[in-house]
Design a binder for this molecule. Structure first.
Ligand code: APR
Length: 311
């Protein structure tokens, strides 16, 4: 069986880590595409990772390029192209610049990798994934935004840090938009299957939920010159792997809703089943009135940013 091909659009902080993780998981050969000014960097990262392979015996070829034709035949495309948040900027400030970039990227992906499963990571996520979908004309099951995997992962990590128990045994779901209006479904957080609400006091849980909401900003402040990259890369790779290996993973992701959870025509974080068919299903379940209210709030925020894309 020929190797799969993973095209990374944007070879910056997240892009470099995506290339490393894709290689370490042997998901396939990797192409890192970036603008001409960054070609040396993408070639350098590719070569560096090529030289890491002998240590653990990973079989994958990596290539850095600024030629969009090199995206040809990609099975998965992961988009991190754009500029990251700087201190004091919110995700929406990025919108104008990143819309221009995503339009250019969507045209290239449409031309060279029309059959790919496309995972969008660039912020503001809910609007950028919507723009990709509109400009590319891709089917809705082939376009997904990475948000819930990261936000839920952060929730899981904080609960593990709070209790000292393994992060692996913590399960959480965060729905809604990828921003401060995200919707953590606290009642469904479990530790080894036990409701977290039974193991952690309400005050502490509330504080953790608040930290999840602003976890991206916490890192922006700490870094001083960029935004998170390790966990975002791991989250997107988890989604790519689910598609490539037809795992039918259930991962909260930004998907185009057409009526689900009362959302119509927008990408918003919902539980998705990811397998060989891309987004194979959105798993709808009954939200409590206060959860639905939070989701409606996040939808208003998403609508506002999407309106600004003028697409
Ligand atoms: N085509 C391809 N790549 C592009 C384009 C384009 N039109 N425009 C910019 N890029 C590249 C930049 O050259 C840079 O190498 O996108 C890369 C972005 O990398 P970083 O600046 O290191 O940003 P990163 O931390 O990886 O985050 C990328 O993901 O989480 C979001 O908010 C984050 O929107 C940001 C994105």
């Amino acid at each position: 069986m020929a190797r799969k091909k993973i095209a990374l659009i944007g070879g910056g902080q997240i892009g470099g880590n995506l290339a490393l993780l894709a290689t370490q998981k042997e998901l396939g050969d990797v192409v890192i595409y970036d603008i001409p000014q960054a070609e040396g960097m993408t070639k350098g990262k590719s070569l560096d990772i090529m030289q890491l392979r002998p240590h653990d015996g990973y079989d994958a070829n990596l290539e850095g390029t600024s030629d969009p034709a090199e995206l040809s035949g990609a099975d998965v495309v992961i988009i991190t192209a754009g500029i990251p948040r700087k201190p004091g900027m919110d995700r929406e400030d990025l919108l104008e610049i990143n819309i221009k970039i995503i339009t250019d990227v969507a045209n290239n992906v449409k031309k060279y990798a029309p059959n790919a499963f496309v995972i969008v990571v660039s912020n503001p996520l809910d609007a950028i994934v919507y723009s990709f979908y509109k400009v590319s004309g891709f089917a809705k099951n082939k376009v997904i935004g990475m948000a819930g995997a990261l936000d839920s992962g952060r929730f899981r990590a904080f609960l593990a840090m709070e209790t000292g128990y393994s992060a692996q045994d913590v399960n959480c779901m965060v729905l809604g938009g990828h921003g401060d209006t995200m919707v953590p479904i606290t009642r469904l957080a479990t530790i080894g299957g036990i409701p977290a609400q039974e193991l952690i006091s309400k005050d502490r849980l509330d504080a953790i939920v608040e930290r999840v909401r602003f976890a991206g900003g916490e890192l922006v402040k700490l870094f001083g010159n960029g935004s998170a990259y390790y966990a975002p890369a791991a989250s997107a790779i988890e989604m790519a792997e689910a598609y490539l290996k037809d795992k039918k993973r259930v991962i909260p992701s930004a998907a185009l809703c057409e009526g689900e959870f009362g959302v119509d025509g927008y990408f918003i974080g919902v539980p998705t089943v990811i397998g060989a068919g891309g987004i194979e299903k959105i798993l709808e379940f009954k939200l409590l009135p206060e959860e639905q209210e939070m989701l409606n709030g996040t939808l208003e925020a998403v609508k506002k940013t999407v309106a600004e894309t003028k697409l």
